[in-house]
Design a protein around this ligand. Structure first.
Ligand SMILES: Cc1cc2nc3c(=O)[nH]c(=O)nc-3n(C[C@H](O)[C@H](O)[C@H](O)COP(=O)(O)OP(=O)(O)OC[C@H]3O[C@@H](n4cnc5c(N)ncnc54)[C@H](O)[C@@H]3O)c2cc1C
Length: 403
């Protein structure tokens, strides 16, 4: 069989595939593969743009291991199987007065896939989904089941962002929060206006994010409706704030009020490839201004919006927010076009800002940059070697960085 990711830029043919229904089956499959000297990777929902799923060995599909298996309102915890989609959390959590603390632009990823790459939303007061992981069960390269909790902080911080290199995750425990409602506020603002107001926008809202639109057509590429206003060189600014129960629901575009999980997700078509880098938040206006200048000056064909978000710090060894609040800069290109020169130019520019990368999005990270910008990379590699001594969970994309 040929496996292809959601957007269609990654395909490969594994030697074998399997769809385990429970942890015991995962253990048996991993042990058999180890006996054959075969590599193993897990496919989540296939929403990564990078070759993080790729294997010529055994490919596991854990979509049958799906569902929220427990919530604890007092402790603010939720436990889920690896193939649980982000959207599967909504109703069970809400029914118990709980919600995810934060989430990203889509909700169709599997939780183990989203956590593996450090999937995030926006807001300096909130971490990525990885940052709220408080427990991980996984099947290691020796076929052993390890239950990792807060009493083993190094293991936990390695497992929070592992890109599938520590083993097959069979269960995750997340810290969640009390159920909350959000008010959205969308506005079109000039670049200078947003940069002048940057600190306030970032500090005063639960979530601040924006899309800078280089051309008039840019909005349509991400389904951003300008309601007839001029879009070229404008910022489509979205802020979300928590509101109390006295504020009525509103479904008016641009000022919706609803349960948090109905406000967060956007609608995307599989028509773009994305690169995403993270810069220390205190360098945000400088880096963003340099990005806009690069696109205006040298890259007139790059018409996809420049997406800008923020993420709060966490402790995960491979996290792009390791002990650093960050601004997130995402750029896209059209599938089928040669956009590599553009992405290289962005990489060159943002390397000068000590950028970290999104593991699920296109990047040009080298071992030198990994070790320069991820201070716990060696600690991660040591734990990876301990849990997977044969390197069966590495693949051609990850081996040069993590062997
Ligand atoms: C339209 C779109 C919007 C997006 N929006 C955002 C966003 O807002 N914020 C953001 O941060 N990212 C975003 N992403 C990126 C996406 O969240 C990540 O790439 C995420 O990892 C995808 O999850 P998945 O379930 O599809 O995992 P996959 O892409 O299938 O896999 C990701 C990694 O997880 C590993 N994995 C999966 N399951 C397991 C398991 N059980 N055990 C061990 N390893 C496992 C895989 O082997 C792989 O290494 C977006 C992507 C798209 C296409």
């Amino acid at each position: 069989m040929t496996w292809t990711n959601w957007v269609g830029n990654q395909s490969f043919s594994p030697a074998t595939t399997a769809t385990p229904r429970d942890e015991d089956e995962v253990v048996a499959l991993v042990k058999e593969a180890a006996g054959r000297g075969q590599g193993v990777r897990v496919a989540g929902a296939g929403h990564s743009f990078t070759p993080v799923v790729q294997t010529d060995g055994l490919l596991l599909d854990v979509s049958a291991m799906r569902g929220v298996v427990g919530t604890d309102r007092a402790a603010k915890r939720a436990t889920a199987l690896p193939g649980t989609l982000i959207r599967d959390f909504y109703e069970p959590l809400w029914a118990d007065g709980l919600a995810l603390r934060n989430q990203g632009d889509i909700d169709t990823q599997q939780i183990a896939g989203a956590v593996a790459t450090g999937t995030h939303g926006s807001g300096t007061g909130y971490t990525s989904l990885s940052g709220v992981v408080r427990g991980v069960r996984l099947v290691t390269g020796t076929g052993e089941v390890r239950e990792i909790g807060e009493d083993e902080p190094d293991l936990l911080h390695a497992a929070q962002v592992s890109v599938g290199m520590l083993g097959v995750v069979t269960q995750l425990e997340l810290e969640v929060t009390d159920a909350y409602r959000l008010r959205e506020h969308v506005s079109l603002r000039s670049w200078d206006d947003v940069m002048g107001d940057w600190d306030r926008l970032v500090a005063e809202h639960r979530h601040f994010g924006m899309f800078w639109l280089p051309t008039e057509e840019s909005g349509a590429l991400y389904n951003l409706d300008g309601h007839g206003e001029r879009l070229q060189d404008q910022c489509y600014v979205k802020v979300y704030d928590e509101v109390g129960p006295e504020v009525p629901d509103d479904d008016t575009a641009g000022r919706r009020v609803d349960r948090c999980y109905r406000i967060f997700p956007m609608v995307y078509d599989p028509n773009f490839h994305e690169l995403e880098y993270f810069i220390a938040l205190d360098r945000a206006p400088e880096a963003l201004t340099a990005m806009r200048e690069l696109m205006l000056r040298s890259l007139p064909d790059s018409i996809y919006p420049l997406e800008v978000r923020t993420v709060g710090p966490d402790e995960a060894f491979l996290s792009s927010q390791y002990r650093t609040p960050t601004v997130v800069i995402s750029v896209s290109g059209t599938p089928g076009t040669d956009y590599w020169a553009y992405l290289r130019a962005v990489d060159d520019l943002l390397a000068g800002f000590d950028a970290r990368v999104h593991w699920g999005k296109l990047h040009f990270l080298t071992p030198e940059r990994l070790h320069a910008h991820y201070p716990r990379a060696d600690d991660f590699i040591a734990i990876r070697r301990e849990l997977d001594p044969q390197g069966m969970f590495l693949n051609d994309h990850l081996r040069p960085l993590f062997e």
